[in-house]
Design a protein around this ligand. Sequence first.
Ligand code: BGC
Ligand code: CA
Length: 369
Amino acid sequence: MKKKLVSLLTVTAMTFSMLVGCGSEGSAETTQPATTDTQTTQTTETTDTAQTAEQPAATSDFADKKVGVCIYQFSDNFMTLFRNEMENYLISQGFSKENITIVDGANDQATQTNQIQNFITQGVDVLVINPVNSSSAATITDLVVDAGIPLVYINREPDADEEARWADNNWNVTYVGCDARQSGTYQGEIIVDLGQDKVDLNGDGKIQYIMIEGDPENVDAQYRTEFSIKALEDAGWTVDCLDDEVGNWDQATAQQLVANALSAHPETEVVFCNNDAMALGALQSIDAAGRKVGEDIYLVGVDALSEALEDVIAGTMTGTVFNDHISQSHSAADAAINYIKGDGNDHYIGCDYVKVTSDNAQQILDSLK
Ligand code: BGC
Ligand code: CA
C-alpha cells in the first residue's frame, strides 16, 4: 500500500516536472487553475475577518474546550514553528495545555486518518488539520462534518472543488494559508531585482537554473515552481532549466540533489528551492563545490527560517520569502475559536508573504525573537 503511494507520487512528480519544471516554457497556462480569480478575491475579502478575529478572547470560555491538531509530519521545520506558535497562542487565549492534543501524521495518510477518527471518538470541540495528502481532503471533510465537528485546514490547501463543497453545503470548514503564487513570484523578483547582467554569469543571454521542488502533491510546491520562473519570464528574461528535482521539502534530500546537479551542470547560475530547508541543503552543496553565493551563483528559498535569515544577512543566501507562521497559526486558532463560539468563518482565510533580502532580513529575524 505504502509502496503504491510512493510510486504514484513519483509518477505525479515526474509528470509535474515535465509540465512545470524544465518544461515550463509555454506550459504556464496549462497549470494555472481556473479558480485563480476566485481565490484571490476570497483572500482579499477575508483579510478583515482574520484581523478582527485577532482580538483576545474571554479566557474562561475555553479552558475546558478540546482542540485536536493533526500535523502531516513533525520533522518538518516550518510546521514545527507553526504548531509551537499555535499551541502557545491557544494557551494565551485561555485554552488548557492538556486539552490541546497535537499529533504527528508521520507523512502517512492512513496514520493521520486514524488519528482523525480517534479525535472524533474523543469528541473534540474543533479539529485543525494539516493534511498529509491534500487530495484526501474530501474524505477527511466527510468524516469530520458527519461527526458534527468544525474543521480548520492549514498549510496544504485542498483543491477548488473541495473548497466549493464547504460553501455550497454551508459547512463549518475553512482553510487558512497564504497564496503560494505570491511566494513564487517574490522568489523570481528577488533574482530579477539583481539585474540580468549580474545573474547571467556566462553572458549567454539566458539564465541557467536548477529547481528543487517540495512534495509535488502540494500546491505550494507547484505554484512556487511555476511562479518563480514566470517572474523571470515576465521581466523579459530567457530561462534555461538545467534540472528539476523533487526534494520533498527536506534538507538532506536537497543537499544530495544539488550536489549531483552542480557536478552535472557547473554552468548553473541560480538555484531555486521551494523552501528554506532545501535551500540550506543546497547551500551545503554549493559550499562543497567551492562556489560562492552572490559571486558565482544565486540561491533563493521560502519560509524565512532563522538559519536562512542568518545566511541572507551573511550573503550566503541571495534571499528568501517570509512564510508568516505567526499570523497563519494565530488566524487558524482564531478560526477555531470562532467555530467554538458559534460565530462561523469565511471558507478561505488568507495572508501575505514578505520578500526577504539583505535589506530587511535582520528586521524579520528580530521580529521573530
Ligand atoms: C513550507 C514548507 C513546508 C510545507 C509543508 C510550506 O508552506 O514552505 O517549508 O515543508 O509547507 O506542507
Ligand atoms: Ca547564462
